[in-house]
Design a protein around this ligand. Sequence first.
Ligand code: SF4
Ligand code: SF4
Length: 428
Amino acid sequence: MSARLRELMGPYADEAERCIRCGFCNSVCPTTLTSIGYAPSKTSRGRLVLLQSALESGRPEPFTERFKDLIDLCIGCLRCVSVCPARIPIPTVMSAYRYAYYRASRGKSLTKGEKLLAKYEFLMKTLSMTPEPLRRATTSGPLLRLFRRVGGFAADVKIPLPEGEPLDRYFRGGSAVLGPETYAYFSDTYARFVRPSIGVSAMKLLENVGIALTYPRQFDSGIVYWELGLWQRVERLASRNVESLYREVSAGRKILCTSPASTLMLREVYPQILNNVRSVAVSESVVDINELLHQLADSGRLSANLKPARCVVHSSCLSQHLRLTKSVVDMLEKLGVRVEGVATECCGSGGVWGLFERNRRLSLEIGERLVRKLGSAEVVLSYSETCSLQISSLLKNAVEVILPHEALNSWLRQTASPTHPEYIAQAP
Ligand code: SF4
Ligand code: SF4
């Protein structure tokens, strides 16, 4: 078994073996810092020790549900990557184990819920294109309850379902006019089929500073499949996305992302798995919406005095990993927004991990630390779609939780008027 595990994990088996068992990763790991963290095998360090042992001696037996359950306590937050003295890409090692288990079980290791998530893009696309009354019927009541039961999704989590027609329709009929400054927008599935308003906010915000968006042919970024260990599918998606986005890059356009998951996949994961010139070119052309807005505010192209606006910023795990938090806070403050605090705690959603009933208790326990930090905030800006849903749920839907660029678009529109010109956006 150890040889089979080594063969399937490839270079990531060697990565696991480089662990010196220092335990630094435990000090930042959200699942370790909970009531289960007293058990060594349920810690970040413990998972590396388990893998090392399975790779060396086949003990414990790696291809068992028990072993996988322990590995699945890694929620892929990436917080440990920067503190590991051996520079081990810990969440990728865990994902490599899942890939190995998936292959060893000939694709039978996925739960029903994971199989549903593996059809995420297809399901969301189909639902978003379904006529309104039918969509409403299929995404509420008994059918939604059945979906939760079959998939093992927790009763109290908000299942992200399409709010309307796909984002694609906003880019038809010349709504995105090519201008002197044009970015190619990579929206990913959530903004494309679930909440197109994320993309529309970005489009409107940038229109005011003379930036147009094109909407190239694109597919899901693959982050959910990456988390589940479905690496062959991620590779296929990465190839297709890079092929399309490279054409944009060749035409001199930058690639704009409005999701930290997309920024992560395009910037870091695609070049890692494709390892070719085009994926590197695409990676180097990626601009996150918060980086762009920060640049615009910094250069004075976007200026405003949004004094009445107040918020607490939630620095999500991916925002921290991508070093976006400073850009968000600086940009807001430059535009006059009062940032009353920055909460860096994990919300416990872990992408799709927290959706499952089997993880829900721990997910809420992780989120408690964040809830304490958020105090009596009235508006929380969290740069992550899944974190926003989780925080809303943790705060019993009593607080507005939105993405920074959406909040900015809304505040700027509220304050702008011909007689009250607090919002100045200059075309280049
Ligand atoms: S990625 Fe997050 S959950 Fe996984 S081991 Fe690292 S800190 Fe823990
Ligand atoms: S921080 Fe790195 S080297 Fe230290 S225990 Fe964690 S994975 Fe191993």
